[in-house]
Design a protein around this ligand. Structure first.
Ligand code: HEC
Length: 117
């Protein structure tokens, strides 16, 4: 899967943030993505990766569902427990890509060479 906003994520970031709040992601990740009972989205550590494909699957399927698809944990953060699936809460694929665009806007995907795509 590939984000339609990979090269212009800034342009839909604000809209994505509204959808992030509407989906209740802030309950665990904080309103600015700084973390809470879930890991921060704004720091250097990406548990499974920061490419669009991995993030989409993680958010839609939850962390257990992602692992069932063969994705492996690459990093770890100071959190307990899995992330629940949100595929049924985020209303459309487009909404999902906009949320991911907002995450990229606070934590640019091209910041680290290791995270190609
Ligand atoms: C009930 C709490 C909870 C909610 C609600 C939640 N998450 Fe998570 N999220 C987690 C936990 C816990 C992890 C870490 C999973 C792991 O370590 O396997 C995580 C991991 C993540 C990661 C990876 C972070 C990293 O550093 O690599 C992203 C991105 C993410 N969540 C986005 C979202 C989005 C977007 C939403 C809303 C659609 C959301 N989360 C809703 C608890 C939550």
């Amino acid at each position: 899967m590939k984000s339609p906003y990979r090269d212009n994520y800034e342009s839909v970031a604000e809209e994505g943030h509204k959808k992030f709040m509407a989906a209740g992601c802030n309950g665990c990740h904080g309103g600015t993505g700084g973390g809470g009972m879930g890991p921060p989205l704004s720091n250097e550590v990406w548990i499974y990766g920061n490419d669009g494909d991995t993030l989409f699957r993680l958010i839609a399927l939850g962390s257990d569902g992602l692992k069932e698809q063969g994705y492996v944990r690459k990093g770890s953060e100071n959190v307990v427990g899995p992330m629940p699936p949100h595929g049924g809460i985020v209303k459309s694929n487009d909404d999902m890509w906009k949320i991911i665009a907002w995450i990229w806007s606070i934590n640019p995907p091209d910041k680290k060479a290791a995270s190609a795509q």
